[in-house]
Design a protein around this ligand. Sequence first.
Ligand code: ADP
Ligand code: 5GP
Length: 202
Amino acid sequence: MRREGIALVLSAPSGAGKTTLIKRLLAEFPHFGYSVSCTTRQPRQGEAHGKDYLFLSREDFESRRARNYFAEWAEVHGNFYGTPLEPVKDMLRQGQDVLFDIDVQGAAQLKLTLDEAVFVFILPPSMAELERRLRGRGLDDEATIERRLNNARREILEARWYDALVVNDDLDAAYDALRAVYLAATMAPARNPRLVEEMLAR
Ligand code: ADP
Ligand code: 5GP
């Protein structure tokens, strides 16, 4: 029987560097499927519909939610976000590993529904550095930055139930840690069911 893919679920307070780390991971492991979420927030500069997100109106989002279109959904920083269920199920069923970039509320929902999921929380080195990065990114207005910082403490307290914590201080070190968590998951005995028998037979 073909094994299911690994669901690698990444959460972080906004500005911690999750997008930066995900870009690196997808560049090194292009076989990853990416779970493209739906959102009701406005696209930022450089974001593409269908690649970064499906950008939906609130009405469209709510009608999909009512049809159980989402594996999980949550309201984050005043907008709705949700993971379309079918594409993810298809990729995992075909043995493809899938990366999820979702908030702590959504991750908690996925923990109840996805087998073989690995949950990684990316921490900034400090709250002061988180604020510096949010401002330095230059993507959000002042009110949005304030809202994101207010949410960050609450989100970070949820990090305790994740499988792994990665502190994104030095980017290279953080990436090495994230990569190690992923590679360890690929080596789990459950994912290599015939390895032991085949070795003994040689
Ligand atoms: P997120 O996706 O978690 O909101 P981003 O990846 O957009 O965060 O990163 C937020 C900002 O911090 C960006 O300007 C990014 O270049 C910067 N950044 C990311 N990682 C580091 C790091 N290790 N050291 C310094 N700056 C970083
Ligand atoms: P941003 O607006 O900065 O892209 O994302 C804001 C937050 O929403 C991030 O914490 C991101 O992980 C989260 N997010 C993105 N997509 C989803 C999703 O499909 N479901 C949930 N629950 N959160 C999401």
